[in-house]
Design a protein around this ligand. Structure first.
Ligand SMILES: Cc1cc2nc3c(=O)[nH]c(=O)nc-3n(C[C@H](O)[C@H](O)[C@H](O)COP(=O)(O)OP(=O)(O)OC[C@H]3O[C@@H](n4cnc5c(N)ncnc54)[C@H](O)[C@@H]3O)c2cc1C
Length: 425
């Protein structure tokens, strides 16, 4: 490893001579690939906290958890493709500090690395309940190791006819419940919303998702705020609700959201506020960029700071970051997109769905929804959403091709300019 080097900021518009990427996952790897594709031949180092070669997370709650994919299939690239990048991967070595002025990163084992450009791609980590770590039978799901541990626990639970409670009614909780139920487990989902993913899908479609789950035998406990976990002799025995009720559980997955991994940036001199705050070029400071789940950047078309936790963003943002490292001046203005697979249903969302938070009532929120293709009654449809007179999003339910075709409606609305686009969020 190199010793610390004093750095002066690069004049804007000059290409970096060497690049250090912190975080060896989807966003970090995509940045390296984009740099090479855009013709960058300089030195690239990738620092990763995990010992695994870069792998993809979406299959972790689906195929890997179900055991239908060998874990190797989740690898993002083959060994050959990685070595063709001619980047140095330093794995199992977390960054613990950054001096943004000199673009110098300290690692857990006491080394320092400096570069002309530093890319922060450290993602998010799961939220937990106090005392959770000391209780056997409680899991989170973020990493490959988490997925394999949970997969084994689900298999054992199946043999023991054990009860699984998933705490959290967001996308991850809903996916884990669907996978576990498909494996044959007794599954209960507890969360505060009236239906799973209501804050992302709006009341009506969340209601359809609730029907999908209950129709397959998942027990939903809507409107159930969770107070904490209950244990005995060091193992979990239940989930305590705000109402005082305790849901009995032999196995619990806590899926109550994730926080950006920014603790290591505390003394960096950069602004950290629900992510690493960046300008519209994804630049957090001179020569320092952020990409993926950890990045909170200014979306010029929305006129607001935005942080997205989805797979497509990791790849799309990386292309803009790479271009700007190489002297470009590109604003990052994506149409946000995510998908989720639950049972045999694929839900895709381009843009934003107005939810109860944007409207007086659920009925008002749904009033902006128009089915433009298919029919919810047949289990295949595309819906377009409006809020304050503008298209805000498109949602597809088992109609991927038709959903994609409607994306342009959202892009056009976004391109209409910041003042009007604020209605989108
Ligand atoms: C189980 C699961 C299922 C998902 N399913 C979907 C889906 O169906 N659709 C969808 O759109 N999105 C999905 N996502 C979200 C998607 O996977 C993420 O948006 C994407 O992984 C973000 O990539 P990232 O590289 O920014 O962050 P991450 O993938 O979190 O990678 C960050 C990397 O940085 C490393 N790191 C952290 N701290 C340090 C440090 N101090 N030093 C060095 N390295 C560090 C971490 O170990 C990690 O490898 C899913 C996520 C999960 C967890």
């Amino acid at each position: 490893m190199k010793a610390t080097v004093e750095r002066t900021p690069l004049p804007t518009g000059r290409e970096a001579a060497d690049v250090l990427v912190v975080g060896a996952s989807a966003a970090g790897l995509s940045t390296v690939e984009a740099l090479r594709r855009q013709g960058y031949a300089g030195r690239v180092t990738v620092l990763g906290a995990e010992t695994h070669a870069p792998y993809d997370r979406p299959p972790l709650s689906k195929q890997v958890l179900a055991g239908v994919w060998d874990p190797d299939r989740a690898q993002l690239r083959s060994r050959e493709a990685l070595s063709a990048l001619e980047a140095e991967f330093i794995l199992g070595e977390p960054a613990v500090g950054l001096d943004a002025a000199t673009r110098t990163v300290r690692t857990a084992s006491g080394h320092t690395l400096s570069a002309d450009a530093v890319v922060v791609a450290t993602g998010t980590r799961p939220r937990t309940f106090p005392g959770q770590a000391g209780l056997a039978g409680v899991h989170v799901l973020r990493t490959l190791d988490d997925a394999l541990a949970l997969r084994d626990a689900l298999r054992a639970a199946l043999l023991d006819s054990a009860r699984l409670v998933v705490v959290g009614d967001g996308v991850l909780g809903a996916e884990i419940a669907a996978t576990a139920r498909t494996m044959g487990l007794d599954v209960t989902v507890a969360g505060p919303q009236h239906a799973p993913m209501a804050s992302q899908l709006g009341p009506r479609v969340a209601g359809l998702l609730a029907e999908l789950h209950t129709g397959r035998g998942v027990r939903l406990r809507p409107g159930a705020g969770v107070r904490g976990l209950v244990g005995s002799a060091g193992a979990v025995t239940g989930v305590g609700l705000d109402s005082g009720e305790v849901l009995p559980a032999d196995l619990v997955v806590v899926a109550i959201g994730a926080d950006p991994v920014t603790g290591w940036l505390q003394d960096s001199g950069l602004r950290v506020d629900n992510g690493l705050v960046c300008d519209s070029r994804c630049r957090a400071g001179e020569g320092v960029y952020a990409v993926g789940d950890v990045a909170r950047w200014h979306h010029d078309q929305l006129g607001a700071l935005l942080r997205l936790e989805n797979r497509t963003n990791a790849g799309e943002q990386a292309m803009v970051v790479a271009a700007n490292i190489l002297g470009g001046d590109r604003a990052y203005t994506p149409v946000p997109y995510f998908w989720t697979d639950q049972f045999d249903t694929k839900v895709q969302v381009h843009g934003f769905i107005p939810t109860g938070a944007d409207a007086e009532t659920d009925a008002d929120a749904d009033a902006g929804m128009t089915v433009v293709d298919g029919d919810p009654a047949t289990g295949r449809f595309v819906a377009r959403y409006r809020h304050a007179g503008r298209v805000t999003g498109v949602l597809g339910w088992n109609m991927p091709k038709q959903t994609r075709l409607r994306r342009q409606d959202v892009a056009d609305a976004l391109a209409d300019g910041p003042a009007r686009a604020t209605a989108l969020r």
